[in-house]
Structure formats: structure tokens, C-alpha cells
Write a protein that binds this ligand. Structure first.
Ligand SMILES: NC(=O)C1=CN([C@@H]2O[C@H](COP(=O)(O)OP(=O)(O)OC[C@H]3O[C@@H](n4cnc5c(N)ncnc54)[C@H](O)[C@@H]3O)[C@@H](O)[C@H]2O)[C@@H](O)CC1
Ligand SMILES: Nc1ncnc2c1ncn2[C@@H]1O[C@H](COP(=O)(O)OP(=O)(O)O)[C@@H](O)[C@H]1O
Ligand SMILES: [K+]
Length: 504
């Protein structure tokens, strides 16, 4: 799925209108109907109670008028309010005319804002993607009024006052919605933690936006759903053998953190790799051989940390990082690995911190490596970000400069590519915010890369399957009860869902 800017969204609307030969007011009717249907599927008129709809002067307000008409006809107790303005959009005017006799548009005034009983349903149709500057004056006062009411706010397309694709001053008035129901595609703003307080839970409803426009639109932002991944994970070959599926090497673990190595090991084994060798310090030998007999243990001479790089020739991909100690010897191992490897690397956790501690090491990073920092680790690598938008700029620059793929982990993990694309993941849940989840991701990525998948497919599939495994696991454990080891049990089913079936 594409993520379009506000300007592109307007162009997409126009392209749809032209392609289908429909009027803009017909497209508005379609969009607003999709919103109404979404609401009707969740609330009866009784459950909704008092329903107050707040409309701005543009097409977002026009949507609000259609929704008011439709909910009124569906038996909801509706009141509809409009911001006074010098001009209204043409489709707003048309829909004002279409309001049924029993439903008058009431004009909002600063000294007479309507009372909102606690628990009321509020539909926020003040502003959408056409917002051109932060709200002020009466519009800001209305937003403040809505936010203070203890109402259930559902925003149409965008929470009013929020820009779709760029940051805004810290104190901007913005509606704090419980749900945001957006048309066709998510907006960039929805995917960033700083906006969660306004967007609430977001949903998209289809409105038949031009597929051709979506396919051809410029821009490098993607929302990763199963459709985008179709065809990227081949089915296993009927006559495949373990040599077909690569030999991965994991360098992981130190005294007290052999568990991290074990989690990465289990995840790697569950992600289809043909063979796996694990380098841990000697203290990890018995643990690894007992808990993961399928993996080969290649223990380091040092007891507590990794001190020597093994011979690299057997391996088709190498993952390094989970549970490492930052001992000087391990730093040298990392440096030697960066210099000597001829195969792709997956770099995680303290290996990332070591990269940063010696900036010269970053220059040695082999092209097409995959890095998996969480935001704190990324900040150490690329510097502090002013806000979530700035962090994305830093991510893009970092990936281009170092010709690497960087998986910036979080609720919507964002993959940056060497060619400037940003891919936001759609799977996963807060239950995965638990120690060891990241180690599991390293194991998955190393396994996919060892199977000779290209780096982009590896990162997209791996991040998606990791989140999907979390979603499947949480059905059994609940979010709070989820631990990283649970993820490994569901990697197989998650990958199976993504596997391309044989064509008949
Ligand atoms: N164009 C189309 O065909 C469709 C548009 N749709 C809806 O239309 C919305 C976009 O409509 P518009 O482009 O009319 O934009 P909006 O309705 O979001 O807002 C634009 C209006 O607000 C004013 N405005 C902008 N910033 C302001 C500020 N800070 N303070 C006060 N006034 C401000 C503008 O002058 C203009 O009158 C979408 O979010 C969606 O809800 C949907 O109906 C789908 C179809
Ligand atoms: N709220 C969330 N929603 C979805 N995924 C999450 C959420 N919180 C964490 N995750 C995922 O869990 C993993 C945590 O990784 P990381 O921070 O490296 O943990 P650790 O170092 O403990 O292994 C990441 O892949 C991240 O995307
Ligand atoms: K809105």
C-alpha cells in the first residue's frame, strides 16, 4: 500500500473522478457512506446516544454533512454544527442543501459552544487533508471544547488540526480522537508515536481510489501489508535439501545473556534455514546444545564473551549482536568480521553500539547489510532527532550514506533502504515490548538472508512475519503474558501465510 502526501491525496481524488467519470460530490457521498457504514457496524442508535457532528468549511465538513444526513436517517439522534466561513467548498454547499428538513446546520459561535454530555458520540469533520496551517481562533476553541468534553470522538479522515505528512508547532490545537477513520490509505502522521495521542486507533475504509494513480504516484513511502509481500517468499522446492536453504552463522551471547543467543537461534531455526552454527562464549555450550540441539555450537575459547572470529567460508549469511558483551576482544571480532565477510550481515543490539563507538567501523559495513536498531540505538548511530519526522529524515540519510537497510524498530517498525524508500510495518502488538523480541527478529532476518533472499525481501518479510508471529502468539497468551520465546513458536505459521503457493 502506498502512503500519499496531502497533495497527492487531492490528486488521487481528482484522478478517481476523471477515470470513473463521476462528480466530486458523488465521490464525497461514497467516502462519507464508507465512514457511516463503519460506524453503523459498531454502534446502534441507542449505543451511540447523543450524536454531535462538527463540520468545517471544506470537503471534510462536506463529508460531515453527508454523515449527519445518513445517521439521522438511520435513527441516530443527530445535531450538526458548522464553522462560520466566508466561503464553503461547492460540495459542502450541495450537501448543506441535501440536509433533511428535521436536521438544521447550526452555526458555531465562540460564546455559545454547544454543551456535550459525557459519553456523547462526536464526529469530527472540521478539517482533513486540506489543513494549511495550525488552527487558531474559533476553530481552535472548538477543538479545545471537544477535547475537554468526555465524549467518544471519531475523526473523519484526520483528527482536525493534525497535518497529514509533516510536523507542526508543539502547542497546535488538535482533536484527540478515540478512532480515526481514514479514506483508502493511512496517512504518514498515523504511523508516528508522537501523533498517537490525537489519532487514537486508526482504520481505513475503501473508497475506490484510482489504482493507477496509487501505482504511479511519486514518493517513497509504503505501508507493508500482505499484498505488498505477495510473491516475495518462494515455496520450498520439492527436491530441496539442507544445502538449498543456506548455512547461517550467529555470533551472540555472553555470560548472563546466553538467553539472547538462544532466542535468536530458535528464531533462525524456525525461519527455514538449512543449517545453523552458533558462536557463543564457552559458558553457552551446554545451554545451547541442550536447548537447541538442531543448531551446531561452535564455542569460543573465552569463557564469558566472544574473543575470536571463526573461519567464515561455510556461511551464506551472518548475524551478530544479540546478547554480546562490549569487551574489547569482541569489538575486535566485529571489526575483523566487517573486514573479512564476503556474505551479508545482520547487525543488532550491542554490535550496533560498538559500531557507533568506533565511527571508522561504520565505513567498513558491507553494502546491503541489515541493521536493526531500536530508536535509542539508532540515535547513537545517527544522532538525536528533533521529532519523529526528523528521525525519518535521519533514517533515510543514514541508509543512503552507508548503503544499508535499517530496520528502525517500534510499533510501526520502519525499514529504510539505500535508495531512500521507507516501509512501515503493519503487524505486531504492544505485547512484543518485552526483552528478547529483538533477538528473535535478528534470528529471522539471518535465516532469510542465508536462504539467498534479496535484502529488501528479507527485511520486509522478516519484520512482517515477526510482528505477525507476535499477533498469533498474543491470541494464546494475551499481550501482557507474551514473552519473546512465544514468538518463535509462531514464526512458522506466519511465514506459511506469506508463502507463494504453486500456480496451477
Ligand atoms: N476531494 C475529494 O473529492 C474528496 C475529499 N474528501 C474529503 O475532503 C477532505 C479534504 O477537503 P479539503 O481539501 O476541502 O480540505 P479540508 O476540508 O480539510 O479543509 C480545507 C478548508 O479549510 C480551510 N483551512 C485550512 N486550514 C485552515 C486553518 N488552519 N484554519 C482555518 N481554515 C483552514 C481552507 O481554506 C478550506 O476552506 C478530506 O480530508 C476528505 O475528508 C472525501 O470526501 C473524499 C473525496
Ligand atoms: N508496541 C509495539 N507494537 C508492535 N511491535 C512492537 C511494539 N513494541 C515493541 N515491538 C517490537 O518488538 C521488538 C523489540 O525489539 P528490541 O527493542 O530490540 O527488544 P530487545 O532488545 O529486548 O530484544 C521490535 O521488533 C519491535 O518492533
Ligand atoms: K476531521
Amino acid at each position: 500500500m502506498r502512503i500519499l502526501s496531502a497533495a497527492q491525496t487531492r490528486q488521487a481524488d481528482q484522478a478517481t473522478i476523471q477515470e470513473e467519470g463521476i462528480s466530486s460530490v458523488a465521490l464525497m457521498e461514497r467516502a462519507a457512506t464508507a465512514f457511516t457504514q463503519w460506524l453503523l457496524a459498531r454502534l446502534s442508535p441507542t449505543e451511540a446516544g447523543d450524536t454531535l457532528i462538527f463540520c468545517g468549511p471544506g470537503n471534510n465538513g462536506g463529508d460531515g454533512l453527508v454523515i449527519a444526513r445518513q445517521l439521522h436517517l438511520a435513527g441516530f439522534v443527530v445535531q450538526v454544527f458548522g464553522l462560520p466561513a466566508d466561503t464553503y467548498s461547492a460540495d459542502f454547499e450541495t450537501n448543506r442543501q441535501r440536509l433533511p428538513a428535521g436536521l438544521a446546520l447550526q452555526t458555531l459561535a465562540l460564546d455559545a459552544l454547544p454543551p456535550i454530555a459525557p459519553g456523547s458520540l462526536v464526529v469530527d469533520a472540521l478539517f482533513g487533508t486540506g489543513l494549511s496551517r495550525p488552527l487558531a481562533g474559533l476553530a481552535a476553541a472548538v477543538v479545545e471544547h471537544l477535547n475537554q468534553a468526555r465524549a467518544r470522538i471519531v475523526a473523519v479522515d484526520m483528527p482536525s488540526g493534525l497535518f497529514a505528512d509533516m510536523p507542526q508547532p508543539a502547542d497546535s490545537p488538535i482533536v484527540r480522537a478515540r478512532h480515526t477513520v481514514s479514506f483508502e490509505l493511512p496517512k504518514l502522521a498515523f504511523l508516528l508515536p508522537q501523533n498517537a495521542q490525537y489519532v487514537g486507533q486508526w482504520h481505513t475504509v475503501p473508497i475506490g481510489l484510482s489504482r493507477q494513480f496509487q501505482a504511479q504516484a511519486e514518493g517513497k513511502l509504503y505501508f507493508v501489508d500482505a499484498t505488498l509481500l505477495a510473491g516475495r517468499l518462494p515455496k520450498r522446492a520439492q527436491f530441496g535439501h539442507k544445502g538449498t536453504y543456506g548455512h547461517a552463522l550467529l555470533l551472540a551471547g555472553s555470560r548472563g545473556k546466553i538467553g539472547a543467543a538462544l532466542l535468536a537461534t530458535q528464531a533462525c531455526l524456525r525461519s527455514g534455514v538449512g543449517l545453523l552454527t552458533v558462536r557463543t562464549p564457552a559458558v553457552g555450550y551446554d545451554i545451547l546444545q541442550t536447548a537447541a540441539p538442531e543448531a551446531m555450537a561452535l564455542t569460543d575459547p573465552a569463557s564469558d564473551f566472544i574473543s575470536e572470529l571463526p573461519e567464515l567460508s561455510p556461511y551464506s549469511a551472518i548475524g551478530i549482536g544479540p546478547g554480546l558483551d562490549k569487551a574489547d576482544e569482541t569489538k575486535l571480532v566485529l571489526e575483523q568480521l566487517l573486514r573479512e565477510t564476503k556474505v551479508p550481515l545482520v547487525v543488532d543490539a550491542d554490535a550496533l553500539n560498538m559500531l557507533r563507538a568506533n565511527p571508522g567501523l561504520l565505513q567498513l559495513l558491507p553494502p546491503d547489510s541489515i541493521l536493526t536498531p531500536h530508536p535509542k540505538e539508532f540515535e547513537r548511530l545517527a544522532g538525536p532527532a528533533r521529532d519523529d519526522y526528523h528521525r525519518l529524515e535521519l533514517l533515510r540519510e543514514f541508509c543512503q550514506q552507508h548503503r544499508c537497510y535499517t530496520v528502525l524498530k517500534g510499533a510501526h517498525t520502519c525499514l529504510g533502504t539505500p535508495t531512500g524508500e521507507l516501509y512501515f510495518n503493519s503487524t505486531g502488538n504492544p505485547g512484543m515490548a518485552t526483552g528478547g523480541s529483538g533477538d528473535v527478529l535478528t534470528g529471522i532476518l539471518t535465516a532469510l538472508r542465508a536462504q539467498h533472499l534479496p535484502p529488501l525481501d528479507t527485511a520486509l518479510l522478516g519484520v512482517y512475519a515477526h510482528g505477525r508471529a507476535g499477533d498469533l502468539a498474543a491470541r494464546h497468551t494475551g499481550e501482557a503474558g507474551l514473552i519473546a520465546g512465544d514468538l518463535t513458536r509462531f514464526i512458522g505459521p506466519a511465514l506459511q501465510e506469506l508463502t507463494t503457493p504453486d500456480a496451477f
